[in-house]
Design a protein around this ligand. Structure first.
Ligand SMILES: C[S@@+](CC[C@H](N)C(=O)[O-])C[C@H]1O[C@@H](n2cnc3c(N)ncnc32)[C@H](O)[C@@H]1O
Length: 268
């Protein structure tokens, strides 16, 4: 495809971050045993008019986190769907995420929520169906609650790579609101540690960092179902010394590293 035929993008700075996980899921397909199978990501990267090479430079070896995150979320969602085959999955800050296509069992209902320009770009590659709907709304505006139609067969909310761009109070508020709107639902999201945020990611505009489970356990209306640290997975593929050589058996050190958290939400 010549450059002229490629899809041009016009995205705000936070929205543009969707190209980062997309790119790292795409290049993962070159591995002999990809952590996540995502040919859709590879096709989208080929079709978008963007200099993806700069992302690799900026993120150094940390790009491995993105396929690991996708594979971890897939695993948790597949498990939830096995127990709740007609479940509803809500994806906050969907960007060009492709999870639906990897976990779909033909019965689930899925909602992708994002800002206007992001949904516009998403529509260039992915079509809505009866079971796959897009909602143009801020994840932090409870107006989207009204658009969730299928509520009684289990609800699972995922948010990958979005909470980090917001303040702790915004995140606490939306989690509490979701807990009251969708009691007994489950939520999975990722965030970085405060240590990482200060040291490494300040330039990427990341606002939210945590002190591991210490911070997450204090979020109202939630119970921890699991904490998944990136550096516990695919240790031989990490380049950063903290990942390769850190003594993983010293648990408190994990608080200094990014992780994904799986929570159960309960109403007040
Ligand atoms: C790093 S990208 C992650 C995209 C996708 N979840 C993935 O992992 O491939 C962050 C996403 O959050 C979206 N976003 C930013 N602010 C948002 C908001 N207030 N409400 C909904 N989505 C938002 C951006 O448009 C972007 O798609």
């Amino acid at each position: 495809m010549s450059n002229n035929n490629k899809v041009k993008i016009k995205l705000g700075p936070v929205q543009e971050t969707m190209l980062i996980p997309l790119y790292f899921r795409a290049i993962e397909q070159k591995e002999s045993m990809p952590i996540v199978n995502d040919e859709m990501a590879q096709n989208m990267v080929e079709q978008i008019d963007y200099d993806f090479s700069q992302l690799a430079k900026n993120l150094d070896g940390d790009g491995l986190a993105f396929p690991i995150r996708a594979a971890t979320f897939d695993r948790l969602i597949v498990k939830f769907i096995k127990k709740n085959p007609e479940a509803t999955i809500i994806n906050l800050g969907a960007g060009l995420d492709t999870t639906f296509f990897r976990v779909d069992n033909g019965k689930i209902h899925w909602y992708d929520i994002d800002l206007e320009d992001s949904i516009e770009l998403r529509r260039k590659f992915i079509n809505e169906t009866d079971r796959l709907k897009f909602i143009t709304c801020s994840a932090f505006d409870p107006a989207w609650f009204k658009q969730i139609e299928h509520r009684d067969k289990g609800i699972f909310v995922m948010s990958s790579g979005m909470f980090i761009y917001f303040d702790h109070s915004d995140i606490e508020t939306i989690i509490s609101q979701m807990a009251n709107e969708f009691p007994e639902s489950e939520l999975v999201f990722d965030t970085v540690s405060n240590f990482f945020r200060f040291r490494r990611f300040k330039t990427l505009g990341i606002k939210w960092g945590v002190w591991g489970t210490y911070t997450i356990n204090r979020i109202k209306n939630t119970n921890m179902l699991g904490a998944f640290y990136y550096i516990d997975q695919y240790r031989d593929r990490w380049h950063a010394p903290i990942a390769r050589y850190y003594p993983y058996y010293i648990k408190p050190l994990k608080m200094l590293t990014p992780a994904m958290y799986h929570l159960k939400l309960s109403a007040d």
